[in-house]
Design a protein around this ligand. Structure first.
Ligand code: IPD
Ligand code: CA
Ligand code: CA
Length: 257
């Protein structure tokens, strides 16, 4: 029932994305001039929550646009109705719906759906990760110098030493390809299926990282914070890799060379 509801909810979100993509929709602004929220984000979030509540009215929900729906349950559904909203608003197909299920503080199942790309990712703790029902696994690359990486930048500039710009500059100056897709969820899925060897970011929220975290781990990858410690979706910094370049990428991010 949990898996069926997760898949119904992700499809319900996907229907809204497909309906609005490249069509007319209203746009408003959150913190920062380019931090957008569209009519499609609200419609997708409402459709997802209604699909969940139909089968699990007592479960907790943490959703990007409507916040916490607190209940007395050890299950929490963590929702990003559109990851890559700026892409979506510009008709760029790199956007997705992301849903993770947390039980007793651990992510046990998740899905990310990029409807315009026709890519549906699914993972269950201990059962592997899948793209359109086909098992996926991370890449075999062992060196950061030969890796293809991806990162993202927050909407509001974060004034910190060794921040996103510094790390990006350090890698790019060495000729290492570092892509910037504009969707942390797709970044994580593409590490999981081996297109990228590693991903790092400095300021993600729980709905950006929760679903992709499990998908990368179940595809055989490794996910930590920037200290190399066990990843928690409730802190901002993430490194997700194929596992083989993890310690080396940590050093590049931390400036430890
Ligand atoms: C954003 C995307 C982006 C990342 C930002 C996120 P949103 O999510 O994942 O890649 O760099 O930090 O906020 O706003 O499109 O849901
Ligand atoms: Ca997001
Ligand atoms: Ca979002």
């Amino acid at each position: 029932m949990l898996k069926q509801t997760l898949l119904e909810a992700i499809q319900a979100g996907g229907v809204e994305l497909k309906k609005f993509f490249n069509n007319e929709f209203t746009i408003s602004h959150k913190d920062g001039v380019n931090n957008l929220v569209t009519e499609a984000d609200h419609a997708a979030e409402a459709a997802i929550i209604s699909a969940i509540k139909k089968n699990f009215p007592d479960h907790q929900v943490l959703a990007e646009e409507t916040g916490q729906h607190i209940n007395d349950s050890n299950y929490k559904w963590i929702i990003d109705p559109i990851d890559g909203t700026v892409n979506f608003a510009h008709g760029i197909p790199l956007c997705s719906v992301a849903i993770a299920i947390e039980k007793d503080g651990e992510i046990i199942m998740s899905s990310i759906y990029a409807p315009v790309l026709n890519e549906l990712y699914f993972a269950e703790k201990g059962q592997g990760a899948f793209l359109n029902d086909k098992k996926i696994s991370v890449s075999e690359e062992t060196s950061v110098l030969k890796a293809c990486l991806v990162t993202g930048f927050p909407y509001t500039y974060i004034n910190m030493s060794n921040g996103p710009i510094e790390v990006f500059g350090r890698l790019v100056k060495k000729g290492i390809p570092v892509r910037r897709l504009g969707s942390a969820c797709i970044d994580l899925c593409w590490v999981a299926c081996g297109r990228f060897d590693g991903f790092y970011e400095h300021k993600l929220e729980p709905w950006d990282s929760a679903a992709g975290y499990l998908i990368v781990e179940e595809a055989g990858g490794k996910v930590t914070d920037h200290e190399g410690k066990k990843f928690s979706i409730y802190q901002h910094r993430i490194i997700a890799t194929n596992g083989k370049i993890h310690d080396e990428l940590l050093k590049w991010v931390r400036d430890e060379f």
